[in-house]
Design a protein around this ligand. Structure first.
Ligand code: ATP
Length: 290
C-alpha cells in the first residue's frame, strides 16, 4: 500500500512559524497525532489534506505531490472533523445516501456500501431513525461511516472520542482498530487511554517539530528520569508534592484513608517512596510537562 510522506515541511501563519522541518513517513495502521493545545495538530491535518500549502517541503502520496493530484487526491481521503455537522431531520441512511451522492458514488454501489458501513459502525438497526434522536456516540459512528463512503486509503479523525461515554469509546476503538488494518488512519487526540488502546504509533508535535514514534510501548522506557510511588495520609500534603514535583497520578488507597501519588522525578521525593515502572501516561506528562 502507498505511503504518505511529509518531506521537509515548514508552515507559518504570517510571521508565526507553527511547524518546522517535518519529516514523517506513514504506512497503514493507526497513528495518533498528539500535542498540547495550539501545537499545530489541526494545521498538520490541513497540510496533509492539501488544504494548506506548506511554505517549504511537500506532502507525497503514492509518489505524487498531493497538491498536484488536485481533486483526485480526495478520492483517497476520508475525514471526520472535530464537530461534524448533520442534518437532524435526515435518517442515518438518508444522510449517507446524500453524502455518497455528493461524493459522486454510483447509485447501486452506494446502496451496497451504505449497508456494509451501517453494519461496520453498528447502526444497522438505527438506519431509519432520525439523526436528531441520536446520541453523541451514534452520531460519531455515523460520521465514520460517512468518512468511509468513498473507500478512502487515508482516514483522518480529529478528536473523535471527545465527549463519548466509556462504552461508546470502547465501541469506537474497536471500529477504528478494524479499519486500521487496511488503511492509513490518523487520529488527533488528547486522550491518552485512546492512544494506548488503539494506536501503535504516534506523531508528537512539540516546539514546532514533529517526531514519529513507531512503537509506543518503547516510549516509557526512553524516559530519562524515574517514576516513584509514595503514600500520604493527609490530603493537604498532596499540594506540597504537586508544587515540587510532576505528579502523574493520585489515587485513594486503604479504604480512602491514604493517597497514593505517582511522581516523575530524578530525585527520590521522600524516604518512603519506591521506584516504579513508567506507563504511557507518565511518558506523555514527561514530554509535555503539564
Ligand atoms: N487561521 C489561523 N491564523 C493564524 N494563526 C493560526 C490559525 N490557525 C491556527 N493558528 C495558530 O497556529 C498554532 C497551531 O494551531 P492549531 O490549531 O494547528 O493547533 P492544535 O494543536 O490543533 O490545537 P488544539 O489542540 O487547540 O486544536 C496556534 O498557535 C494557533 O493560534
Amino acid at each position: 500500500m502507498a505511503e504518505l510522506i511529509l518531506k521537509n515541511v515548514d508552515f507559518s501563519y504570517g510571521k508565526n512559524k507553527v511547524l518546522q522541518d517535518i519529516n514523517i513517513v506513514l504506512e497503514k495502521g493507526v497513528t495518533a497525532l498528539l500535542g498540547p493545545n495550539g501545537a499545530g495538530k489541526t494545521t498538520l491535518i490541513n497540510i496533509i489534506m492539501a488544504l494548506y500549502k506548506p511554505d517549504r517541503g511537500e506532502v507525497i502520496y503514492d509518489n505524487h505531490n498531493v497538491r498536484k493530484l488536485k481533486e483526485s487526491y480526495y478520492d483517497y481521503i476520508g475525514y471526520l472533523p472535530q464537530m461534524p455537522q448533520f442534518y437532524k431531520n435526515f435518517t442515518a441512511a438518508q444522510f449517507l445516501e446524500y453524502m455518497g451522492t455528493l461524493k459522486g458514488i454510483e447509485k447501486k454501489e452506494l446502496k451496497n456500501k451504505i449497508n456494509e458501513l451501517l453494519i461496520l459502525v453498528n447502526l444497522r438497526d438505527e438506519r431509519n431513525k432520525k439523526i436528531g434522536a441520536f446520541s453523541g456516540g451514534m452520531r460519531q459512528r455515523l460520521g465514520i461511516a460517512q468518512a468511509l463512503l468513498n473507500d478512502p486509503h487515508i482516514l483522518i479523525l480529529d478528536e473523535p472520542t471527545a465527549g463519548l461515554d466509556p462504552n461508546e469509546r470502547i465501541r469506537f476503538r474497536n471500529i477504528i482498530s478494524q479499519i486500521g488494518s487496511s488503511k492509513i488512519v490518523i487520529l488527533a487526540t488528547h486522550i491518552v487511554s485512546d492512544v494506548e488502546c488503539i494506536a501503535s504509533k504516534a506523531i508528537f508535535i512539540k516546539d514546532k517539530h514533529a517526531v514519529l514514534i513507531n512503537n509506543l510501548s518503547d516510549l516509557p522506557g526512553k524516559m530519562q528520569t524515574n517514576v516513584w510511588i509514595t503514600q500520604v495520609e493527609d490530603e493537604s500534603k498532596i499540594e506540597e508534592y504537586i508544587v515540587r514535583y510532576m505528579v502523574s497520578n493520585i489515587r485513594m488507597v486503604e479504604d480512602n484513608k491514604k493517597y497514593e501519588l505517582k511522581i516523575i522525578s530524578d530525585e527520590k521525593p521522600d524516604d518512603n517512596a519506591v521506584m516504579s515502572l513508567p506507563g504511557l501516561e507518565d511518558a506523555f506528562l514527561y514530554y509535555y510537562g503539564e
